[in-house]
Structures are given as C-alpha cells and as structure tokens.
Ligand binder design. Structure first.
Ligand SMILES: Nc1ncnc2c1ncn2[C@@H]1O[C@H](COP(=O)(O)OP(=O)(O)OP(=O)(O)O)[C@@H](O)[C@H]1O
Length: 229
C-alpha cells in the first residue's frame, strides 16, 4: 500500500495553558492504513494526543509528520487545509446541529468545501449513512438516540473521504450491541479504503479490532502492546 501518509511522531511535547507538560511522545510510527488503539487511564493525555495528531494542540513542539508533512511546523492556515483535506475526526460530544437532519449534519463539510467537491461530499455522506443503517428522513437529530447520533458523527467524519480517521471514545455511552456494530462498521469502512484509523478507547471490544495498541500513562506514550493484550 502507498505509505505516503504514514505517521511518524518524534519528541512531541504538548504544554497545557499553565505551561506544564501534559503529553510527551518520544516516538510513534504508524503505517498508512493501520488501525491503532490508544489506551490509558482518565487524564493520562489520550485526547491531547489525538488533538496533537490533528494539529489542534496549540502549544506543541517536536515532529508530527503525516508522510513528509510535519503539521507542528506548518502555519495555521496550511494546518487547517491539511486537516480539512486529509483528516476525519469523531469526537465524544458529536458536535451535531440539533435542528438539522442526519444527511445535513453528515454533509456539513460541503458548506466549507470548494464548489466542485460539494456534490461528492454529500454523496459520500449519504452513502455512509445508508451503510450505517441511517438512510433517508429529514428528522432533526435532536430526537436521535446516542447510537444514531454517533453514526451521524462517523458519516460526517468520512464524508470528505479522508485518509486519516481520528476517533475519541467512539463507543462511549453506547450499549454493547450498538457499540459492537459501530466499531465493526468503522473498522470495515477504514480497512476497505486503506484509511489510517487511530482510536482512543477504554473499550476492550475496540482494542480487539485494532492492529496495535499504544498506552498513554501519566502524560507519556509508553511501550506498545499487541492488540490482544
Ligand atoms: N489546555 C490545557 N491546559 C492545561 N491542562 C490541560 C489542558 N488540556 C488538558 N489538560 C490536562 O491534561 C491532562 C490530560 O488530558 P486529556 O484530556 O488528554 O486526558 P485523557 O487521557 O483523554 O482523559 P479522559 O480519558 O478522562 O478523557 C488532564 O489532566 C487535563 O486536565
């Protein structure tokens, strides 16, 4: 597989607003298309790591390279453009527009994309919703269940056909069956299209579906573990 967007992190350090180091990553390498789980206790720095990988950590130093693109070294505008083009993000609080329906939420990126890409984004959003069992209907997501909302968030993250998916606790607050279905779908969608999937999760069912697990402990990325550990 083309490894053009393999991830290489070295000597990453993220400082908090108070100047304290909240995350240190000496080294992390992820081939393009791999599925990686990030584990660790609450407050260890897992979300901070995802933010840093997306170029959203404001006080970061070191190197976070997707292929040859080091997003730490980039200016804010280029970083935002890279993120828009390459990265799909799935966050815990969904950030959905309550009064809009599933498709409108899932194809939100079309509003910010160049005109020529808008149709493709809306089509991709619709196709992913259908794949996830949420086709049709303009009902506002305000009345959706947690599992339905999470699926809309997944369809939105995939709508731009990003090479990289970053997910923060994608199965949190879902019942076991819904969580299993969602992670099966997410991993399958990523694998079918060679996307890199990096998922923070406490859920052993998520861990089992990953190629590799990495542990964040006390603000440091520790030794790697096999996926069935
Ligand atoms: N901007 C910031 N300024 C100062 N401290 C911060 C900042 N962001 C996060 N922190 C602190 O850094 C630590 C790591 O936070 P982070 O959200 O990455 O943890 P986490 O491992 O994702 O936790 P959880 O599993 O509870 O979501 C926490 O102690 C948090 O309070």
């Amino acid at each position: 597989m083309d490894d053009a967007l393999a991830l290489t992190v070295s000597d990453l350090r993220v400082l908090g607003d108070d100047g304290r180091a909240i995350l240190t990553v000496p080294h992390l390498a992820v081939p393009q298309g791999a599925a990686i789980g990030i584990r660790g206790p609450s407050g260890a720095g897992k979300s901070t790591l995802l933010f840093a990988l997306a170029g959203l950590a404001s006080r970061a130093s070191g190197r976070v390279a997707w292929g040859t693109t080091d997003i730490v070294a980039m200016g804010e505008g280029d970083r935002a453009a890279f993120r828009r083009e390459r990265i799909g993000m799935i966050f815990q609080d969904f950030l959905l527009f309550e009064e809009l329906g599933a498709l409108a939420n899932a194809s939100l990126a079309a509003s910010f994309a160049p005109r020529r890409r808008r149709g493709a984004i809306a089509r991709q959003a619709g196709a992913t919703l259908a794949r996830l069992g949420l086709a049709g209907g303009a009902r506002a997501v305000a009345s959706f269940s947690g599992g339905e909302r999470q699926r809309v968030a997944v369809a939105r993250a995939l709508s731009t056909d990003p090479a990289i998916i970053l997910a923060d606790e994608p199965t949190a607050s879902l019942d076991r069956e819904t969580a299993d279905r969602l992670v099966d779908d997410l991993v399958a969608l990523a694998r079918e299209t060679g996307k890199t999937l990096i998922a923070v999760s406490h859920d052993p069912a998520v861990h089992r579906r990953m190629d590799r697990l990495v542990d964040v402990v006390d603000g440091t990325l520790a030794a790697e573990a096999p996926a069935d550990a």
